[in-house]
Design a protein around this ligand. Structure first.
Ligand SMILES: [Zn+2]
Length: 180
């Protein structure tokens, strides 16, 4: 059974970005709980962990031997749309990011900002394929409405993206995590 660690961003003393009456940590936690529900329903082993310390998040994922790591965030800073990050050089991370991104942009009226790489702490210091989803911009009125009213759609899309990763591995992707 695959182990999926879901990390809603921020939390504790760190609310994350705020806008349009929403706080990132709350939105991310709500979406994370829904992702967990959908993954459990189809048989994945899940761990939901929100914490305001990045090293602890990575240690938790690594100690649990997670097969995949998904961090949920809201963007801010004046843009609009969805983007999904992976750690540079991680072929599996890139594949997972593409599946998650595709599912979100297919099921929600968001701008597709694409799949990108970054050396974010939680991507760099987790040992398994990892992605960080910037669901939408909390400081954009249209995006914020989706973050408030369509949390279930974000969660379903992200859960489907994770299932796609295992269902349709690209032929050129090697060393897929395997746990039976
Ligand atoms: Zn964030």
């Amino acid at each position: 059974m695959y182990r999926i660690m879901i990390n809603p961003g921020h939390g504790g003393n760190d609310p994350g970005a705020c806008g349009n009456g929403l706080q990132e940590a709350d939105v991310a936690l709500n979406i994370g709980k829904l992702i967990e529900k959908y993954l459990k329903a189809v048989g994945y082993d899940t761990k939901l962990f929100q914490f305001d310390g990045l090293q602890t998040i990575c240690d938790t994922a690594n100690d649990w031997n997670a097969d995949l790591f998904v961090s949920i965030h809201c963007n801010a800073g004046g843009g609009t749309g969805t983007e999904t990050y992976y750690y540079q050089g991680s072929a599996n991370g890139e594949t997972l990011a593409a599946y998650v991104q595709n599912q979100i942009v297919k099921s929600l009226p968001v701008v597709n900002r694409g799949v990108k790489y970054a050396n974010f702490f939680v991507l760099k210091y987790t040992d398994m394929p990892a992605v960080l989803v910037e669901t939408a911009f909390i400081d954009n009125a249209n995006d914020a409405r989706l973050l408030r009213d369509r949390q279930d759609d974000f969660a379903r899309a992200i859960a489907r993206g994770i299932s796609d990763f295992y269902a349709f591995p690209k032929p050129d992707v090697v060393d897929l995590p395997c746990r039976h």
